[in-house]
Design a binder for this molecule. Sequence first.
Ligand code: NAD
Ligand code: DAU
Length: 348
Amino acid sequence: MKKILITGGAGFIGSHVVRRFVNKHPEYQIFNLDALTYAGNLENIKDIENQPNYTFIKGDIVDESFINELFSLHNFEGILHLAAESHVDRSIEDPLAFVKTNVIGTMNLLNAAKNQWKNNFEDKRFYHISTDEVYGSLGTEGLFTETTSYDPNSPYSASKASSDHFVRAYGETYGLPYVLTNCSNNYGSYHFPEKLIPLFINNIINNKPLPVYGDGNYTRDWLFVEDHAIAIDLVFHEGKNHETYNIGGFNEWKNIDLVKLLCQIMDQKLGRDEGVSEKLITYVKNRPGHDLRYAIDASKINKELGWKPSVTFEEGLEKTINWYLDNEEWLENVTSGSYKDYYQKQYS
Ligand code: NAD
Ligand code: DAU
């Protein structure tokens, strides 16, 4: 069996990728490496933990000797790298944590792969999962393509941009076989409630204020997380070596319109009168350096690999909201403890 390493598989997107690979690819032995930070949660992958082709390893990608030891124990033929510090607001508070995990952690994995594969790169692949935020902000028009210049604005996006550059540099300098994708905002189950959609669902359930940054006219391009996992599977197997693909939902929403839609659906689901949840909307101080608009041109992955989103936003949002309402225990567990301190600090 080919050994495949997936990093960050206890997080939001990583858990969907691990689940897909374990279930759809019995020919692989999947190793899920995750440090279980505040964002990592083994409950996210409980359903596959006893599968014979699955192994969990707790460890920190920043720890160089641990990574080298791991690679001395296993010959990985493929690496899907998702582990990261992922929240923009936290990067504003603690940029160095983002440099450590997103830059140094990626470097440790690149070095370990390069040393293990020792110039015999046949059938090997390093897949770096990145974000559209590296391109900076769009004005009211235009889309990010694979040739858009990098122009990151937050410590998070700067750290992801840096890691993308190192991946490319290892491809050019050492011939390391890589693929890289830059994806837009994901939503779906197991999304940690520090991000807009799960945070607002949780606050609506609990009748708490919905803190909209600035005037709410900031735009994001939303993609259902399971469609991202499908795209990742496709790019890992069929993407061209040394290529970048943009992945997006063809689905732009101004934050305020999305929040109002969420409020409407939640009122129906919770049996509340129309307009009740909208009253929770509270405009708060803007995020520093807040990017106005992200929107992806996903025509390359569509034309070359035949990928497009499989669910509409209405379907995806319905599934997502139902999941949160059916999994209140998960939501309660992840919003207890340190989450309360984070919330207090961020929103007081
Ligand atoms: P997440 O924060 O939900 O999960 C990150 C995971 O990485 C967690 O399980 C955490 O424990 C683990 N991790 C963090 N630091 C680690 C370390 N030092 N060593 C080992 N594991 C560590 O993130 P996510 O939203 O699932 O994002 C996954 C990847 O996809 C990231 O690289 C992110 O930049 C990228 N991405 C995210 C989105 C999005 O909308 N969420 C969109 C595009 C790209
Ligand atoms: O575009 C891809 C990126 O999407 C990923 O790389 C990041 O990991 C992921 O966190 C996400 O970044 P955003 O900053 O776009 O996501 P977030 O959910 O934090 O915010 C979405 C929008 O909602 C953004 O315009 C800020 C706004 N917002 C967010 C929060 C948490 C609010 O108005 N209020 C809030 O409380």
